[in-house]
Design a protein around this ligand. Structure first.
Ligand code: 6GU
Length: 248
C-alpha cells in the first residue's frame, strides 16, 4: 500500500511513523508512506497556503490552488481515494479502517480546523473523515491515527498471527482482562482458570469476560455485535435487556 499525506506540517509525522508497527511495516515494504509540504505548491513568494474568508469573520481558510496542484502532481492519472480530514467528515471506525485497508493507495489532505475552501470538498476530495466529536487544530493527528489503524490491518504488519481480527472493535466486542507473570502480585492473584491448562474453559471464560466488559462499558456495541445464541443467553443472565443485531 502507498499512503500520501499532504500537510503544512510534515515534520509532525516523523517520530510517529518511525516507531513500532508502522516502522516495521515500512521496513518490510508493506507500506510506503510519503508526506508532502503543501507550501511546495504555493505560487507566491511568501508560500501562502491560506487566506481570509470571503464575507468576513475570523480564522483562515486553506486556498484551493496549492491543494489542487499538489494532489494532481502526487496522484498523476490514477483514480485513488482523496480523503479530506475534517471534523465535518464521516466518523472513523474500525469498519472504515478495514475499508481503507483494501485500497492500494490513499491520499490524505490535512485540513486546518478553521476550514478549507469549499471547492476542495466539492471538486477534489472523494471522501471526508473525522476521527471523533472533538476539535483538533488540524487534520495531521487524524491522519496519523487513521494511518496507524490501517497499517496494522495489512497482512504481515503485526508479526504475530493472533491477527487483528481478534482485537477489540474488530469482533464488535471489547476484550476482557489479560494477565501475565507473576501469578500473584502484591496479594492479587490471577483467575485460576487461566492456569488450569483447560483450553475450552479458558476460551469460555475469555468470551464471557469480553461480553461482561462490553455490557459494563459499551452496551451500545452489543446491539451491533455478531453473537452466538450462547453469547445471547449469557448476556441475558448478566442482565442485558437491549436488542441484538439481525443475524446474516
Ligand atoms: Cl479530521 N480534523 C480536525 N481539525 N478536528 C478533528 C478531526 C479532524 N477529527 C476530529 N476532530
Amino acid at each position: 500500500m502507498r499512503i500520501d499525506i499532504l500537510t503544512i506540517f510534515p515534520e509532525m509525522f516523523q517520530s510517529p511513523f518511525d516507531a513500532s508497527i508502522i516502522k516495521r511495516a515500512r521496513e518490510k515494504g508493506l507500506v510506503d508512506i510519503h508526506t508532502y509540504n503543501l507550501r511546495d505548491w504555493a505560487t507566491d513568494k511568501h508560500k501562502t497556503t491560506d487566506d481570509t474568508p470571503y464575507g468576513g469573520g475570523g480564522g483562515m481558510i486553506m486556498k484551493p490552488e496549492p491543494i489542487f496542484a499538489a494532489v494532481e502532481a502526487i496522484k498523476d492519472e490514477e483514480e485513488i481515494p482523496i480523503i479530506l480530514l475534517t471534523p465535518q467528515g464521516r466518523l472513523f471506525t474500525q469498519e472504515v479502517a478495514e475499508e481503507l485497508a483494501r485500497h492500494d493507495r490513499l491520499l490524505f489532505i490535512c485540513g486546518r480546523y478553521e476550514g478549507v475552501d469549499e471547492r476542495i470538498r466539492q471538486h477534489l476530495a472523494t471522501d471526508e473523515i473525522s476521527i471523533g466529536d472533538y476539535v483538533l487544530s488540524g487534520g495531521e493527528l487524524a491522519a496519523m491515527v487513521i494511518t496507524d489503524a490501517v497499517v496494522r490491518l495489512l497482512p504481515g504488519a503485526l508479526g504475530y498471527e493472533r491477527a487483528a481480527a481478534e482485537d477489540s472493535h474488530a469482533t464488535g466486542l471489547l476484550e476482557g482482562p489479560h494477565y501475565t507473570r507473576p501469578p500473584e502480585f502484591r496479594g492479587w492473584a490471577i483467575p485460576e482458570v487461566l492456569t488450569s491448562g483447560h483450553h475450552a474453559k479458558v476460551a469460555e471464560w475469555r468470551r464471557r469476560q469480553a461480553l461482561k466488559r462490553t455490557l459494563e462499558r459499551r452496551p451500545d456495541m452489543l446491539a451491533r455485535a455478531r453473537l452466538s445464541s450462547q453469547d445471547k443467553r449469557w448476556l441475558r443472565e448478566m442482565g442485558y435487556a437491549g436488542p441484538f443485531a439481525e443475524e446474516d
